[in-house]
Design a protein around this ligand. Sequence first.
Ligand SMILES: Nc1ncnc2c1ncn2[C@@H]1O[C@H](COP(=O)(O)OP(=O)(O)OP(=O)(O)O)[C@@H](O)[C@H]1O
Ligand SMILES: [Mg+2]
Length: 220
Amino acid sequence: MSVIELESVSKRYETGGEVVDALDCVDFAAARGEMVTVIGPSGSGKSTMLNMIGLLDTPTDGRVRLDRQDVTDCTADELTEQRRSTIGFVFQDFHLLPMLSATENVELPSMWDTSVDRRERAETLLRRVGLGDRLEHTPDELSGGQRQRVAIARSLINEPDILLADEPTGNLDQETGRTILEELTRLKTDEDVAIVSVTHDEQMLEYADRVVRIVDGVIE
Ligand SMILES: Nc1ncnc2c1ncn2[C@@H]1O[C@H](COP(=O)(O)OP(=O)(O)OP(=O)(O)O)[C@@H](O)[C@H]1O
Ligand SMILES: [Mg+2]
């Protein structure tokens, strides 16, 4: 069963008289426990598609469903709330705050939630990604692969259904990239999340349950 679904989604940008159809009638779905990897040339619409799945932008046409609920016409506030409780993000350049420890970085997206012991959950997640001995380290005291592990732990703090990753191995050497991919593969089962990633990294395809190719805004 799909946790996220795009149905005939189109996205048109109009800037200064120029019209770009970044997405053209895209159908896409992902289920918990699977890793879907989206590949395509530069400018093909990958980030635009990830923004639709992540509820960061709204389509020009088509429907978006989250856990089978149509969220296309939700207000910006409603989308923010849905995003916070349902979707985790991992970025190519980690996006960690330099002044905060690993634990504090992981806790950050859950600051609004007073109902759980955030510190404990953050530490548990960091231990799960092999950083139990790095809890108090700041990002500059960590390696690239360790920083990405912190970012992955952070993406899971609100127990999301979906984890979105834009080039998660883009700033890592091949060997470190591989360990991150192994980590994601393990987490997709352990945390029962759908992982949707965008990449240029050919080795990511090996770890994908499904590969989606996009060219000029159209899925092949
Ligand atoms: N905010 C915007 N305004 C106007 N055009 C945009 C905007 N965002 C993206 N585009 C255009 O939409 C198309 C798809 O862009 P998108 O960023 O989704 O590509 P991409 O596949 O992620 O490329 P890359 O691999 O280089 O990151 C491109 O032609 C781009 O110029
Ligand atoms: Mg992009």
